[in-house]
Design a protein around this ligand. Structure first.
Ligand code: GDP
Length: 295
């Protein structure tokens, strides 16, 4: 579907043939192609510009290995740099609490409820945990029902208080319930809005303060591209979250939001969502994401 960056760079690099070294002149043209690829993948403009400037410094003077096309060498440099920027090692979830409390944050429609279920299922089946899901959306009865449907699907109990309009109380009661009933992970799904607003931020800040989660995760729809960065920044300013969940990567986005978010909030991307099913969850691998972004 996308042009292959490696081929494009090889074409842009034809002037290099016979020179043996990457020089400033041929690198400038070629990095324009890299920048275009990043922008096509929805990477924020300034981040793409800073990124290519950095790669340029690294690239100049490098010997062109005889076994590689110069374009491929540059693609490797770009890929390595992207991988490093997006996180290096695979980041896990801190499960040290007793119970471990995980707070989910993000806009409405980002995939919070779905991901809460996926994470509960992952922890239950892969980590041998006994999770409890908590419905803290006091505005949309449908959201509470949705979490119950998810819980039924994966055989995980869902705690809700449909009559209670205080999400702090609901979350606190849920943790008490977890302690009394042997649950060792509590996943708190919160109310989202269609856009960032003060009321939502105040509410999630109150819940966060009251329950002191071991992990606060920010869920973001990878299809929202540039907007994802602003939303991530707004939530991080309030919650200083621990990690990012990038959902809907099964769509046709190249996922440049991953690089932009990491650059702006400097928090690890922990998991990706790759479909609507409960099994469609993957640990985030920076290298795979770098390849996807470059196409
Ligand atoms: P919430 O409002 O943040 O709780 O979002 P939901 O969990 O209700 O998800 C919103 C919509 O996105 C639903 O239709 C989900 O089925 C869908 N969804 C969530 N995660 C994914 C994903 O990784 N891939 C796809 N294709 N759809 C997803």
């Amino acid at each position: 579907m996308f042009d292959n960056l490696s081929d494009k760079l090889d074409k842009a690099f034809h002037i290099l043939k016979g020179h043996g070294k990457i020089t400033e002149v041929n690198v400038a043209d070629t990095l324009k192609e890299v920048r275009r690829a990043l922008l096509d993948a929805d990477v924020n403009f300034k981040i793409a510009k800073d990124f290519t400037a950095k790669v340029k410094d690294k690239a100049i003077g490098q010997d062109v290995l005889t076994t590689l096309q110069p374009g491929q060498l540059l693609v490797k440099l770009v890929k390595d740099e992207l991988t490093e920027l997006m996180g290096g090692d695979v980041a896990g979830v801190n499960l040290s609490g007793n119970p471990t409390v995980i707070l989910m944050s993000g806009l409405q429609g980002s995939g919070k409820t779905t991901f809460s279920g996926k994470l509960a299922n992952f922890l239950k089946t892969k980590k041998n945990k006994k999770p409890l899901l908590v419905a803290c959306d006091i505005y949309r009865p449908a959201a509470i029902n949705q979490l119950h449907v998810v819980g039924d699907q994966i055989g995980v109990e869902v705690y809700s208080e449909p009559e209670n309009k205080n999400p702090v109380e609901i979350a606190q009661n849920a943790i008490k319930h977890a302690k009394a009933n042997g649950f060792n992970v509590v996943i708190v799904d919160t109310a989202g809005r269609l856009a960032v607003d003060q009321e939502m931020m105040d509410e999630i800040a109150r819940v966060h303060k009251a329950i002191q989660p071991q992990e606060t995760l920010f869920v973001v729809d990878s299809m929202t591209g540039q907007d994802a960065v602003n939303t991530a920044k707004a939530f991080n300013d309030i919650l200083n979250f621990d990690g990012v969940i990038l959902t809907k990567l099964d769509g046709d986005t190249r996922g440049g939001a991953a690089l932009s978010i990491k650059s702006i909030v400097n928090k690890p991307i922990k998991f990706v969502g790759t479909g609507e099913k409960m099994e469609a969850i993957d640990v985030f691998y920076p290298e795979r994401m770098a390849e996807r972004i470059l196409g």
